[in-house]
Design a protein around this ligand. Structure first.
Ligand code: UDX
Ligand code: UDX
Length: 458
């Protein structure tokens, strides 16, 4: 089966970049990305894309209006497509059974219902969103019980891109994973998707499995990555107590070829839309199958992550108290990692909230995040949040030496490249900079250790 027309439901951080690359590499396939959010679609059709990702604008400019289209006309594009990617969000449930742990599949389910209602020809449905294992079964059931006149094949094709390096990850993926049914029709559907990817990905990097293996692999790949970060972060505390240097320990561990050196950078805690949500989901699935020890094992990763954020906040509060400083701090960076405008679960949100609760007034700067997003994030986790607790600044470096406390929350290059030496040689009053692990007394240091932050995988 040759695919001519793709529809992707959900123009978010995953759907937008992924479809841009599929369209670029398959100029004969028409790719329509649809979303219920009209502002987002308008932004995708402008030069101010709703997602900041290095290299994305170039690919969008190259393909938009040729074979890549962004639209709110969900029904029409579902109707026309031979292959539909579901890339809608799957947040952690905030109410009902599994509250606080299970993934909320309501958007996925409503997409399946809509597809069933509208479809008049056979279609391949691709789960792109991260979902609990066996969700494909649920999608199948919805599709088939709501429309028995067409054949739907369900595939699982989880996305492994990391934000900030999404274009490179899409261009040269470590692997593309495609799960499908082991029936003649299922195999044909898998082949159709494999063909799309072979336009640019070597066939040996395309892995085909059954549906459930594919679904579970995505969840557990994220859990493994997060587990490494919590492991190294937990050791950072031990290092501080013992006088060992976590960077030296991390390097020594990572040079063991069996362990490898990726994802061993300590941080204030991992953020992003995936790690926490996916682990909560894994914990929920394990518990619901009575595997309590397995659930506890994975939950510990999140406990350490929260502990790391709280520990870092306490360091700042103690530093202010011990040195009788004015309770005011500058937080540099709000995004959950560099090169993205995404702030979901960013450690900065939690640290800022702890500082506000500790009576500190904070100035915030991020090169890509908007002020309104900062207020949204803080009011989301704290019902008593008042806008006046934070001040968003545009040019933090113009008066940087006025601050007693500066905390670098995101490893943006502009913070690393800034001429810190010039600042701390001029400072007369006590001033402290937090680089994610250390409290550095700016009057005494000669070098700031920026090799501290987590920096992706390559
Ligand atoms: C992705 C994955 O799909 C998710 O499973 C993963 O765990 C996190 O990353 P992402 O692209 O980051 O989600 O989410 P988001 O940027 O929120 O985009 C989802 C889009 O789907 C939003 O623009 C939303 O408006 C849209 N949507 C949601 C629909 O178009 N229809 C719906 O019914 C629900
Ligand atoms: C992650 C997975 O890497 C990706 O495969 C999946 O598709 C989505 O989830 P993402 O959340 O975009 O990607 O970014 P990632 O690079 O994994 O970083 C996540 C968080 O971990 C960031 O806050 C980052 O700063 C932190 N991190 C990363 C560390 O603290 N230390 C590290 O060594 C690496």
């Amino acid at each position: 089966m040759k695919i001519k027309n793709i529809c992707c439901i959900g123009a978010g951080y995953v759907g937008g970049p992924t479809m841009s690359v599929i369209a670029q590499k398959n100029p004969k396939i028409k790719v329509n990305v649809v979303d219920i959010n009209s502002d987002k679609i308008a932004a995708w059709n402008s030069k101010n894309l709703p997602v900041y990702e290095p290299g994305l604008l170039k690919v969008v400019k190259e393909t938009r209006g040729k074979n890549l289209f962004f639209s709110t006309n969900v029904n029409q594009h579902i109707y026309e497509a031979d292959m539909i990617f579901i890339s809608v969000n799957t947040p952690t449930k905030t109410s009902g059974e599994g509250k606080g742990y299970a993934a909320d599949l309501r958007y996925i389910e409503s997409c399946a219902k809509q597809i069933a209602k509208i479809s008049k020809n056979n279609k391949i449905i691709v789960e792109k969103s991260t979902v609990p294992v066996r969700t494909s079964e649920k999608i199948k059931e919805i599709l088939r019980s709501n429309n028995s006149s067409v054949d739907f094949q369900i595939l699982s094709n989880p996305e492994f891109l990391a934000e900030g390096t999404a274009m490179r990850d899409l261009e040269i993926p470590d692997r593309v994973l495609i799960g499908g049914d082991n029936t003649p029709e299922g195999k044909k559907a898998v082949e159709a998707l494999v063909e799309i990817y072979t336009s640019w990905v070597p066939i040996e990097n395309i892995l085909t499995t059954n549906l459930w293996s594919s679904e579970l692999s995505k969840l557990t790949a994220n859990a493994f990555l997060a587990q490494r970060i919590s492991s190294i972060n937990s050791l950072s505390e031990l290092c501080e107590e013992t006088g060992a240097d976590i960077e030296e320990v991390s390097k020594a561990i990572g040079m063991d070829s069996r362990i490898g050196n990726s994802f061993l950078k300590t941080s204030v805690g991992f953020g992003g839309s995936c790690f926490q949500k996916d682990i909560l989901n894994l914990v929920y699935i394990s518990k619901s199958m009575g595997l309590n020890q397995v659930a506890d094992y994975w939950e510990q990763i999140l406990i350490i992550n929260k502990h790391q954020r709280d520990r870092f906040s306490k360091k700042i509060l103690n530093c202010i108290a011990k040195n009788y400083l004015e309770p005011k701090a500058l937080l540099l960076g709000w995004a959950f990692k560099k090169n993205t405008n995404d702030t979901r679960e960013s450690a900065a949100i939690y640290v800022a909230n702890n500082l506000i609760n500790g009576g500190v007034s904070i100035d915030i700067y991020d090169p890509k995040v908007k002020e309104s997003q900062v207020h949204r994030d803080l009011s989301f986790i704290n019902v008593n949040y008042k806008k006046s607790s934070v001040n968003f600044v545009d040019k933090p470096f113009s008066n940087i030496s006025d601050y007693n406390i500066i905390s670098i929350m995101t490893e943006w290059d502009e913070f690393k490249d800034f001429d810190w030496e010039n600042v701390y040689t001029k400072i007369k009053k006590p001033a402290f900079i937090f680089d994610g692990r250390n409290i550095l007394n700016m009057n005494k240091i000669s070098k700031i250790g920026f090799n501290y932050f987590g920096l992706g995988r390559r």
